[in-house]
Design a protein around this ligand. Structure first.
Ligand SMILES: [Zn+2]
Length: 409
């Protein structure tokens, strides 16, 4: 589509047939928290628009923020998510068995973060991590070989000067966040052994659509994957998806296995998931038109509920000052007159104000001490884990969960 002389192209197939699905407004950068001293300062906001490609069906955001700005204060560590370690432990065990990895084989993790995945290989396999973020200092402290840089063809060549081609390359929950996708894929095909396997896990678009998980749409999450557009992407690099699994990660993800075309038989799981996605309407424009209308209704219903509760004098706190929470708060226009504060486990956010809304961020303990009547869960895909945890710690009020219709439980 044409945007005042600027042409926007699909992030995978470069087509100009991008269909605008919904605008979620203009948002401050989701991981840049504001100190109370800075509260009166102006801040930059960026358009947050959801598109789908009419040619390859990749769902994607429009305006892409410069990663140098976006990840300036990036603080997420894999260790901070308790579900990661057991999940990676199972995955690595299955990779070692299924692809018969031995001591001489190389396994590379891209966006290796604090090394939680690579650690699971133990002494069985040679390992190497690549990640540009400061979280790698934890991996290096654990003795895991790590290259602190973006991954491109040049990085792959640098690795091949010392190591043999990789039997396994993994990228877990980061494949949708990479801005320079082609440079990254050039690196993957350069580094991958002839019989090597490229394994990615990404949140599944079907859940955004079916479960109204619109909070997954934020400036760090550039693409929302389903199988068809991934096949288009991989095909361009001579790769083929030979297996896929649905996982519980992030409230519903797809674990995709790709290798060089023709090397491995293609599992029936691939056709089965494609049929499921087609039945769910992911490859038909009507689905997205209906979703956009549902999105507006979801916002109206949530705000009606929150204003009604406030008019009755209720106290309401928010749970989770993540990038996802920022989308809910700023898309719906929730301000400090509705939410007294937002709790978050990260000490780096506590004592600051949430981006855009300027709602104070406090420790989780605040919720338990003050026992507000309602707690609005600001991360829809992790709601079950959050509710179980806070109930276990003694929160006695009611939870409000976003969706097509907000639920109170
Ligand atoms: Zn496309």
């Amino acid at each position: 589509m044409n945007m005042g002389g600027m042409t926007m192209n699909c992030q995978i197939c470069s087509s100009e047939e991008l269909i605008h699905v919904a605008s979620l407004g203009h948002h401050a950068l989701p991981d840049v928290f504001v100190t109370p001293d800075e509260a009166a300062e102006p801040f930059t906001v960026y358009p947050l628009d959801f598109y789908v490609c009419g040619k390859c069906w990749l769902a994607q955001i429009g305006y892409r923020v410069d990663p140098a700005l976006l990840f300036r204060d990036f603080v997420y560590t894999t260790e901070s998510n308790p579900a990661s370690k057991p999940h990676f432990e199972r995955l690595v065990k299955s990779l070692v068995e299924r692809f018969q990895l031995g001591r001489q084989d190389l396994a590379v993790d891209l966006a290796s973060n604090d090394g939680t995945l690579l650690e699971q290989y133990g002494e069985d396999v040679r390992v190497l991590g690549v990640d540009p973020s400061s979280t790698t200092s934890r991996a290096i402290a654990k003795g895991l070989p790590t290259i602190v840089d973006f991954f491109t063809e040049a990085t792959a060549k640098q690795i091949l000067a010392t190591y043999q081609p990789a039997k396994v390359i993994t990228t877990m929950n980061a494949f949708a966040h990479i801005k320079e996708l082609d440079a990254f894929m050039d690196g993957v095909v350069t580094l991958l052994a002839e019989d090597g396997v490229f394994v990615t896990e990404s949140h599944h678009l079907q859940n955004v659509i079916a479960k109204m998980q619109y909070d997954l749409i934020h400036h760090e999450h550039l693409r929302f994957y389903s199988l068809k557009p991934l096949m288009v992407l991989f095909d361009r690099y001579g790769l083929e998806i030979f297996d896929v699994e649905e996982t519980e990660t992030q409230g519903g993800s797809i674990l995709v296995y790709a290798g060089r075309a023709g090397v491995r038989p293609v599992s029936a799981n691939v056709g089965r998931l494609l049929a499921q996605e087609t039945a769910a309407g992911l490859y038909a424009i009507d689905t997205y038109e209906a979703w956009a209308a549902r999105l507006v209704q979801s916002k109206q219903r949530l705000m009606s509920l929150l204003y009604e509760l406030k008019s009755q004098g209720a106290s309401i706190a928010g749970i989770g000052a993540s990038a996802k929470g920022n989308t809910i708060v700023n898309y719906c226009g929730i301000r400090p007159d509705v939410l007294d504060y937002i709790t978050d486990g990260s000490e780096l956010k506590q004592g600051k104000l949430a981006p855009g809304s300027l709602i104070p961020v406090t420790a989780d303990q605040e919720l338990l001490d003050r026992q507000p009547e309602y707690a609005l869960v600001l991360t829809s895909n992790l709601k079950d884990i959050i509710i179980r945890k806070l109930r276990g710690k003694g929160y006695q009020g009611k939870f409000i969960v976003t969706g097509d219709v907000p639920s109170v439980e």
